[in-house]
Write a protein that binds this ligand. Structure first.
Ligand SMILES: NC(=O)c1ccc[n+]([C@@H]2O[C@H](COP(=O)([O-])OP(=O)(O)OC[C@H]3O[C@@H](n4cnc5c(N)ncnc54)[C@H](O)[C@@H]3O)[C@@H](O)[C@H]2O)c1
Length: 448
């Protein structure tokens, strides 16, 4: 996958970002006892080797739960109010890989909501999800991030063609890149889950699709794919953290590969599916035959409300089930429920009941209960994906980056769902890609 590189994009000056934040006198510094200084956010990011300048993280759905926690979390880490706990790329396994530092990341995005990030974060404090000190200590930087959010594509209010929307949104991203002198931008879709779209012949042919979206009478593309096309048109790398269509339509995937865009997906693997893809290989390895794996999910929040729609939930049920079937076989009985329980807010509880057959037909059952704040699980993954997709793009990779399947329920470009295999593949890929990038950067700056 390490084909061509683009050294001109990797020799920008390594600017530091605006890390201003208010001092929080109630700051809890106990975490510093748990980590060495070199593990703090400002230091655990190999910023001595990354030469690609500042990087934009453009979130589709930037004012949602995940978008808000990403912004609070990044600003809190940069201000050294919090360590990068939960960030895969901050671990020792990624030492020496040339990744942009957290301090290099600048957030912007699109949303159709106008509720300011600070208000959204405050509601998370009120619900007990976020500690007050993180919002108090980042409110100024949060307000600056909020000013970088532009109105997204809303089919109900949009006038003109979908191509007009794509051009306007691509221009928003290009302006953001220029305003902040960013070396690269990564677009990540964290917007509300959409229903599975009806198929159209245009979805399979880039030329037909580009012609069709010029017609203001037609609105063929789902909103997530309008945003994905804007990412392609702006020359940004792209990741689909949702089960929505996004860049997954064949015509868009072809266009992305043709235009040299690196992309990854799909649907973040953060809780129940993470647990399943860690546990299922154990049953296989011990020769046990999993007969059924039933699951029940309870959640509230914006995601819970969206998934209460019987059409939207089909996208999620599909991505959740495919990995399990691939790991234990298509004989498995795998009923799965997702229920909206509004008073739970962002807390998600997933109960799984596993029934397997062992030696001499003996019965084995196991039950797991996973409870967590869903967007707290997702936010560090968004930062990891931003850093790793930037590495892929800087090293000249184009098309799907299969090794980033580690982060997704439905890993594009790979059939591997086993979490330990994905972990090994991701680490090996990151080191090989990093070494390739460093070698080409050095050869580009070494005088002949
Ligand atoms: N652990 C997790 O939280 C997790 C894991 C995997 C996938 N996801 C997916 O991530 C997505 C976001 O989750 P969330 O909890 O932040 O949801 P949320 O409802 O809190 O936020 C979604 C945001 O998207 C915005 N939005 C809706 N339509 C839009 C459009 N056309 N353009 C731009 N923005 C738009 C909404 O206004 C809202 O701010 C969902 O699709 C969810 O299924 C979440």
């Amino acid at each position: 996958m390490n084909d061509s590189t683009d050294p001109s994009r990797t020799t920008d000056s390594n600017d530091t970002t605006d890390t201003t934040s208010t001092t929080d006198t109630t700051e809890d510094t106990t975490w510093r006892n748990d980590v060495t200084h070199s593990e703090t956010a400002a230091n655990a990011m190999n910023d001595d080797v990354w030469q690609g300048g500042r990087v934009g993280v453009w979130l589709i759905g930037a004012r949602g739960s995940i978008g808000t926690v990403v912004a609070v979390g990044l600003h809190a880490m940069v201000a050294e109010l919090a360590p990068p706990t939960g960030c895969t790329t901050a671990g020792a396994a990624f030492a020496g890989v040339p990744l942009p530092a957290f301090t290099d990341l600048v957030i912007g995005g699109h949303d159709v909501s106008t509720t300011p990030l600070v208000d959204r974060a405050q509601s998370m404090v009120d619900s007990g999800m976020l500690a007050h000190r993180f919002v108090a200590g980042t409110s100024e930087t949060l307000a600056r991030t909020d000013a970088e959010i532009r109105h997204g594509y809303d089919r109900r209010s949009h006038t003109g063609s979908q191509a007009d929307a794509v051009r306007r949104m691509a221009a928003d991203i290009a302006d953001f890149r220029e305003r902040h002198d960013l070396g690269r931008v990564v677009v990540i879709d964290v917007s509300s889950t959409e229903p599975i779209p009806e198929d159209h012949v245009e979805f399979h042919d880039p030329a037909l699709l580009l012609a069709a979206i010029e017609n203001p009478e037609l609105a063929l593309l789902p909103a997530s794919s309008v945003a994905a096309l804007a990412a392609i048109e702006s020359g940004s790398a792209y990741a689909c953290f949702t089960p929505s269509a996004g860049i997954g339509l064949p015509a868009l995937r072809t266009l992305a590969a043709e235009r040299g865009i690196a992309f990854a997906g799909q649907d973040g693997k953060t809780g129940e599916t993470l647990l399943r893809t860690a546990l299922a290989p154990m049953f296989n390895a011990r020769g046990m035959r999993v007969l059924s794996w039933a699951g029940s999910n309870l959640l509230g929040g914006g995601d819970g409300a969206t998934l209460a729609d019987p059409e939207a939930v089909q996208s999620k049920l599909a991505t959740k089930t495919r990995g399990l079937v691939s790991l234990v076989g298509d004989h498995v009985v795998a009923p799965l429920h997702i229920d909206n329980v509004p008073d739970l807010g962002d807390v998600k509880t997933a109960w799984d009941h596993i029934h397997a057959e062992g030696f001499l037909s003996s019965r084995i059952t196991m039950q797991t209960i996973w409870t967590a704040y869903d967007s707290m699980l997702a936010a560090p993954l968004i930062l990891d994906i931003s850093r790793l997709l930037t590495l892929a793009a800087a090293a000249g990779q184009r098309g799907v980056v299969a090794e980033l399947g580690f982060f997704f329920k439905e890993p594009w470009g790979s059939d591997v769902h086993d979490f330990s295999q994905q972990t090994i593949a991701l680490r090996e890929w990151a080191h090989a890609t990093g070494a390739h990038l460093l070698a080409t950067t050095r050869s580009a700056v070494t005088p002949a």
